[in-house]
Design a protein around this ligand. Structure first.
Ligand SMILES: [Zn+2]
Ligand SMILES: [Zn+2]
Length: 469
């Protein structure tokens, strides 16, 4: 179809993108993912090639393992090779090529490209393009492995089931197309996978200690399975398990278990906030062997320009997230009716109501109804009763007893009105309505923050005890 080579207009405004399609590709025919799964067509929805490599081959490996003895040397090499191929993905595919968080010399690039091929997770070019989409469109329809579609989907579902190529968000990979190592590995991908995934470990174990079969089964097939499952956890577990110390608006999370499984990629909330930082864990005691290796390569002169966000920027994010949590906690507490919503009461009305049996007390111009609290007053019934119908500002603030911060907080939940012309509150209220400068700090929900010792009923200058005499 001539159409397939014509530039298309995309919803994001891009017009210069020409998709590479097979000659017989019919644009008008709906993609299989646009048809609902039924008993009659489910097999058309499955990506059989991926299913074979992700699930079929490991199943054969397990059967093979049943008949193959495991030698210590082979087991040790399998673990060693597991870490190396894992690093190919974490330090290579992920931190070097997807995020350019450091620069690598040619020998290091070749090592990472070879090891990454041995992990059998697609070419650098394919993997990094998907990963950049994942960062750009996290949790949305354009995210290739959005955890919003379920944990299993984000783990392997997105590879086992066919994907509509139009759905995945596009990103810029011109830098990767300019990297000869990336281009070479992409064009020779199948050869690279066979060589590094299976032939190399088989030869090491075979030529090293005569265990060709064990090398093939354990250091080859089963090791591939474990590396794949471990690194897939970055897409699933790291978006599902743990804390969100930097931002909780998206799904990425920090957890030590994910870090242990993924060679340090488990501090994923940090990573999504600061993706071009070569570190995922920022504390020295957190498990991030990928970071340790990159740092070591730097010391050996193999890597340079390690990118790192300033701790000032990192701490800002952490404080903002803490503030958000704090505001949510604050919003759940009773701080009393906001002053500006209280009715203004005349002094005579206040006295009259108090005489009619209401336990009203005026403190700093605010009227409080303490009727139900009299029997619970820690200082006894007599003292609090003596304040009813009076201005108890001085008594409350040291005249009789210098009440605690907690007492001021509790008092604020009993407020029912403000006195006309009473103390500072009236002045504050008037200034508020006239929009004058009043130092009021509000939280993100617009509620006034009352800091300890800062309550309206608190009088800054302690009142002389003589008042009470
Ligand atoms: Zn992620
Ligand atoms: Zn990433």
């Amino acid at each position: 179809m001539a159409e397939s080579n014509v530039a298309q207009v995309f919803p994001d405004g891009t017009t210069d993108y020409k998709p590479l399609r097979k000659a017989g590709y019919d644009l008008k025919k709906p993609h299989i993912t646009e048809t609902p799964i039924t008993w009659g067509n489910w097999y058309k929805h499955v990506n059989w090639l991926n299913t074979y490599f992700i699930l079929g081959v490991p199943a054969m490996g397990l059967i093979g393992a049943y008949f193959t003895p495991l030698y210590t040397a082979t087991a040790l090499f399998a673990v060693f090779y597991y870490f190396n191929t894992g690093l190919g993905i974490t330090a290579g595919y992920h931190r070097l090529w997807s995020h350019t968080s450091y620069k690598a010399t040619l020998p290091l690039k070749i090592y990472l490209a070879a090891m990454g091929a041995g992990a059998v997770e697609g070419s650098i070019r394919w993997w990094s393009r998907g990963h950049r989409s994942h960062h750009r469109y996290t949790d949305t329809e354009k995210d290739p492995y959005s955890v919003r579609k379920g944990l299993l989907y984000s783990h392997i579902g997105w590879m086992v089931m066919k994907q509509n190529p139009k759905r995945i968000g596009r990103t810029d990979i011109t830098d990767l197309n300019d990297d000869p190592v990336v281009v070479w590995q992409h064009t020779h991908y199948i050869k690279s996978v066979l060589a590094m995934g299976l032939i190399f470990p088989t030869l090491v174990c075979g030529l090293g200690w005569g265990d060709y079969l064990g090398g093939f089964i354990y250091a080859g097939i089963l090791r591939i399975f474990f590396v794949q499952q471990a690194t897939f956890c970055v897409n699933s577990l790291a978006h599902w398990l743990g804390d969100q110390p930097f931002d909780d608006r998206n799904s990425p999370r920090d957890h030590v278990i994910t870090a242990l499984v993924t060679l340090g990629e488990g501090y994923h909330n940090f990573h999504h906030e600061f993706p071009s930082d070569y570190r995922n864990a920022i504390q020295w005691w957190q498990y991030d062997p990928t970071k340790w290796m990159i740092w070591t390569w730097k010391q050996l002169g193999l890597a340079h320009d390690l990118k790192q966000f300033r701790s000032n920027e990192i701490e800002k994010g952490r404080v903002q997230q803490l503030q958000k949590k704090l505001d949510q906690k604050r919003a759940g507490l009773d701080w009393g009716i906001p002053l500006e919503q209280l009715p203004v009461v005349d002094w005579d009305d206040f006295v009259a109501q108090s005489k009619n049996g209401k336990g009203l007390v005026a403190i700093a111009g605010v009227i409080h109804d303490v009727t139900d609290f009299i029997k619970d007053h820690p200082g006894g019934k007599a003292l609090i009763s003596s304040a009813i119908g009076k201005d108890a500002t001085a008594m409350f603030n040291g005249g009789v007893y210098l009440h605690s911060n907690a007492a001021h907080n509790l008092l604020s939940t009993m407020r029912v009105g403000v006195l006309r012309g009473g103390c500072e509150v009236e002045i504050w209220k008037r200034a508020q309505s006239e929009n004058k400068d009043v130092a009021v700090v509000n939280d993100s929900t617009g509620q006034r923050i009352w800091r300890a010792g800062d309550q309206v009923t608190r009088i800054a200058q302690p009142v002389a005890a003589a008042d009470a005499a």
